[in-house]
Design a protein around this ligand. Structure first.
Ligand code: KG4
Ligand code: ZN
Length: 348
């Protein structure tokens, strides 16, 4: 049995985990920075980096203690090396380098998006490559053919905002605070999705991509109209927004399924994959195509270190590791050959 220590620090969660090649999470800890960033209504990169620097080492110590292990007992150290907020990524990667050097263990630099992309295989031993992945997070909205470790074919991306960003902006507009996604989902459950007419950008379009900027502006106009007495509530806006987002995801994923070769499953991952309404809409779509549907448990959807450790397990099994001078990367596409897309904002 081999065990990998995973470290995640690319955004606002400081996390460490110990995961075995038998798919057992021996221990994992996450220190959320929600409270730290809440007064600002979003993540402040400099403050995030400082918080990671304060919290990471004791968190790793506690994670090892939880599993009754010492650093010497692990087989490799995997850390997110990008993409993400560079200050935080550097804290995690440099810590991993120091530990790897001190314990004489291999260092494995993980692409955070690969962590999300492979996380469904940690939870589901039956999930084999290739699978079609909808990767929806705070910084990304992509459809990828996942053919193996480090082998991704990007079929679609967003030409403007990521979906998580649209959820967060909607939450802010509705006064729900930060982080927004789960709050919008809770409010949407009490609203009527037919009350507020909102656009479904690019639905039915010949091009494969996503767009959410127009939806976001329409939510803003709907909120202004509500304030002037349009007959609907915040909950109706949240529900209508969530339904519009779902319609976009389903339409674009259906298009991708039509054009992609044989796939073993339809998989969703990333923070937004924690949304139950989105999960069930995709499950229905998969059933229509007689495809297995896989979504990781909620705790593996939002940022965590178990997914980073698992990507490390997969890379270690292929004999891969990285040199100690490997650089942290603010940008790091999964499919470097994918064509640049008009207006595509590549964010963490
Ligand atoms: O993957 P993640 O934790 O961090 C990034 O790598 O971006 O994703 C965070 C994003 C945020 O935008 C958050 O609002 C969204 O995932 N999110 C949700 C839900 N839970 C988290 N969006 C919709 N519904 C949710 N339940
Ligand atoms: Zn993430």
């Amino acid at each position: 049995m081999r065990t990998v220590l995973g470290i995640e620090s690319s955004c606002d969660e400081t996390a460490a985990a110990l995961v075995t090649d038998g798919r057992v999470i021996l221990a994992q800890r996450i220190a959320s920075q929600d409270e730290v960033h809440r007064p600002y209504g979003g993540v402040v990169p400099e403050i995030a980096a400082r918080a990671h620097a304060e919290r990471l080492a004791p968190l790793i110590e506690a994670t090892l203690a939880d599993a009754n292990m010492r650093l010497e007992d692990v087989d490799a150290i995997a850390a997110t090396a990008g993409p993400g907020l560079i200050g935080g990524v550097m804290v995690g990667l440099v810590t991993a380098k120091a530990l790897a050097m001190a314990a004489d263990k291999p260092l494995i630099a993980i692409n955070h998006l690969e962590g999300h992309a492979l996380s469904p295989r940690l939870a589901d031993p039956g999930l084999e490559y290739p699978y079609l992945l909808l990767l929806v997070s705070g910084g990304h909205c992509q459809i990828l053919g996942v053919e193996g470790v480090g082998r991704f074919r990007r079929l679609a991306t967003t030409i403007d905002d990521a979906l998580g960003e649209a959820f967060d902006k909607t939450a802010k507009l509705l006064g729900l605070g930060y982080p927004g996604g789960p709050a919008v989902e809770r409010l949407a459950a009490r609203g009527d999705a037919r009350k507020v007419p909102l656009p479904r950008p690019l639905v039915g379009s010949d091009e494969p991509h996503f767009s959410f900027a127009g939806l976001k502006s329409a939510v803003m106009r709907a909120k202004q109209a509500m304030d002037k007495g349009a007959g609907y509530t915040e909950a109706d806006i949240a529900a209508s927004f969530q339904q519009a987002a779902i319609d976009c995801l389903v339409d674009r994923t259906r298009r991708a399924l039509k054009n992609v070769g044989e796939m073993n499953a339809l998989v969703v991952a990333g923070g937004v994959a924690a949304n139950q309404a989105i999960r069930s809409a995709l499950e229905t779509l998969a059933a229509e195509h007689r495809l297995a549907f896989v979504a990781p448990p909620l705790a593996l959807c939002t940022d965590n270190a178990a997914m980073i450790a698992w990507a490390g397990v997969e890379r270690l099994a292929l004999g891969q590791s990285d040199p100690l001078d490997i650089a942290a990367r603010p940008r790091w596409p999964l499919d470097p050959d994918a064509e640049a897309v008009r207006g595509a904002g590549v964010k963490a």
